[in-house]
Design a binder for this molecule. Structure first.
Ligand code: ADP
Ligand code: MG
Length: 601
């Protein structure tokens, strides 16, 4: 009875059984594991390995509760290197199924087969067979009707099992792994694969071009793996595979960290795809919080969170040019003066020769000076009107070399026009691009303000006539308490008594906005940022997001000159593909896609 009750904690559904058995195989040093399930695991789950196996005595002991070979004394609990250590799984599975354990130690050919039904040993016999262990659990929960009733459809149970199989297949690329569903092989992954190979094998439909390599270390926390760009976002977190010290684990903290990075890249409710390995000193993690060891706790959660945020953010920035597929990214060669005709259209007769002259912009693979305080209106226009695009020599003099800029979304582009009075049509070396100028403008303003505010050099713009602003009573204290921060964001504020303030300057990026609205937004953000770690960045992002939307709304028409400048500025942002609220700024139609659509494959 005790085993039956405990079983509910360790294995609550077929996927839990698969997890425990696979972990045992890994702990046994297996290099090949086969998982076979029938009817969503309800009818049968079988895990076969080529690990160390067990002697007859150990095999009999292993199905007793609290029997484990993995810890010898109390101190071992502090440095657990195996998956198991509680000695509960086999006892639990045996208690709630018809289980057969067949095992043969590596150094002998005397194997043992034990049959257990509902926790009672029915038969123990000697068998031959290859070294290793095979555990078969049939008719799970046959003796626990309450639990059985809570099982979902075979398809649902199978999708949970799939998650488990994928997690271990990703974490243990050195182990060969087969997964068989209803006698059909679904996965056959060879041993010794790299993570990249496994990803390709396990997720054949995931476009590699949108996966960004993550690699970073901060405060002794290493974060590596892959994260999907905004294009791959999903409606839930089911495709987030997180490993802590190689152990599949869920830690809400990491989900929050991902959200934080993606909050300006994805609309609310969308979640990135992620395959993330977080490695840190084992003494900094507590895995013994929960019987299934699913959720872990960190001694220093803030540094784990920061490491994830920094590493993932860096990954998204440095490989920002996912839309473009041009292989040549050499930073030094200036682009050829005239864009070469796209190779995909060899038929020169079909090209129209008397189109209006293009306004072409070349984007050398080098740092465009990051957000000059004064927009380089003059040089931008000059570059635009010369028919022959050349790198804007004016500010090329001293590109900060340390701060190598990500490559821009295109090497060259020209504005072809505008459709619907809104969308800007561009040609680039890769094809056709539609740009939403509002979204693009938001992205540009957002990044400009962000970098200025984080470096504490926000140019402020004095107001011709200082504005007297009376704030609602719940906002005024927030302004008073955060005067320093607000000043560093470019506000000029002085108290006028009561809930009234005089604003004589605002951040120049948002010069067009009503000072009062801007101040309210900023005060609330600064206040909510409060004691969070990374509070400043968070507040700045929030202010910037709110203000950008308003700033862009405040102006309805953009002149051609402004659009030209926008194209240049967008190309030099860190994350040009979405606006700070996660809407796309660019929609790309590559030549390959166009060719395919026109049946010119
Ligand atoms: P735990 O993994 O927490 O030790 P289990 O109930 O899962 O507890 O397993 C009990 C013991 O049985 C393990 O400690 C191990 O010695 C042995 N064992 C279980 N599965 C295998 C296997 N596949 N190969 C070899 N030994 C195994
Ligand atoms: Mg175990």
């Amino acid at each position: 009875m005790i085993n039956k009750i405990a079983a509910g904690e360790v294995v609550d559904r077929p996927a839990g059984v698969v997890k425990e058995l696979v972990e045992n195989s890994l702990d046994a040093g297996a290099t090949a594991i086969t998982i076979s399930v029938i009817a969503g695991g309800r009818q049968s789950i079988e895990v076969t390995d080529n690990g160390c196996g067990m002697s007859r005595d150990d095999a009999l002991l292993s199905i007793e509760r609290h029997a484990t070979s993995k810890i010898a004394d109390v101190e071992d609990i502090e440095r657990i290197a195996t998956f198991g250590f509680r000695g509960e799984a086999l006892a639990a599975i045996a208690a709630v199924s018809r289980m057969t354990l067949r095992t043969c130690p590596a150094d002998s050919n005397e194997g043992t087969e034990i049959e257990v039904i509902g926790g009672r040993i029915q038969d123990v016999r000697e068998v031959g067979g290859p070294p290793g262990t095979r555990v078969t659990a049939r008719q799970l929960f046959f003796n626990v009707p309450a639990r059985r009733k809570f099982l979902r459809t075979d398809a649902t149970e199978l999708s949970h099992i799939r998650q488990v199989v994928l997690l271990y297949a990703l974490a243990h690329t050195n182990v060969a792994l087969r997964w068989i569903v209803d006698e059909r092989e679904v996965i056959n992954a060879a041993a010794g694969a790299t993570l990249e190979q496994r990803l390709r094998e396990l997720f054949p439909n995931l476009p590699a071009a949108h996966l960004h390599r993550v690699e970073g270390e901060h405060d002794g926390v290493r974060v590596h793996g892959y994260v999907g760009g905004p294009q791959l976002a999903r409606g839930d977190r089911s495709e987030q595979y997180i490993f802590i010290n190689r152990r599949p684990a869920s830690a809400p903290l990491i989900g929050f960290a991902l959200n934080e990075v993606f909050q300006t890249l994805l609309p609310r409710g969308r979640h990135p795809v992620a395959f993330l390995f977080v490695d840190l000193d084992p003494s900094g993690v507590d895995v013994n919080v929960h019987p299934t060891k699913k959720e872990v706790r960190f001694r220093d959660g803030a540094s784990v969170r920061d490491a994830v945020i920094k590493s993932v953010r860096a990954a998204l920035i440095t490989t920002g040019a996912t839309v473009s597929t041009t292989p040549d990214r050499s930073a030094t060669t200036p682009p050829s003066p005239a864009p070469p005709p796209p190779p995909s259209f060899p038929n020169a007769l079909a090209t129209i020769t008397d189109l209006p002259p293009p306004r072409a912009f070349a984007f050398p693979r080098r740092s465009l000076s990051p957000f000059p305080a004064e927009p380089p209106a003059a040089s931008a226009t000059a570059a635009a009107t010369t028919a022959q695009p050349s790198p804007p020599a004016g500010d090329a003099a001293a590109p900060p070399p340390a701060e190598a800029r990500p490559s821009s979304p295109w090497a060259w582009c020209r504005i072809l026009g505008q459709v619907g009075g809104l969308f800007v049509v561009l040609e680039t070396e890769d094809g056709l691009v539609l740009m939403d100028p509002h979204a693009a403008h938001e992205r540009v303003l957002y990044e400009r303000f962000l970098s200025q505010a984080l470096e504490r050099r926000v140019p402020s713009q004095g107001l011709l006539t200082p504005e007297t602003v009376e704030l609602p009573p719940h906002i005024a204290p927030k302004v008073r308490q955060n005067l320093d921060i607000l000043t560093s964001f470019g506000f000029g504020i002085s108290e006028f008594g009561g809930d009234t303030f005089i604003v004589d300057a605002v951040p120049s990026v948002f010069g067009e906005l009503p000072a009062r609205d801007l101040l309210i937004e900023a005060a609330e953000a600064a206040d909510q940022g409060g004691a969070r770690s990374g509070a400043e960045r968070w507040s700045v992002e929030r202010i910037a997001r709110a203000a950008c939307r308003a700033a862009v709304k405040a102006r309805d028409r953009l002149t051609l000159e402004e659009i030209e400048r926008l194209v240049i500025e967008l190309a030099s942002t860190e994350m040009p593909y979405t606006c700070p609220h996660g809407r796309p700024t660019l929609i790309h139609f590559g030549f390959r896609e166009l060719n395919r659509k026109f049946g010119r494959a």
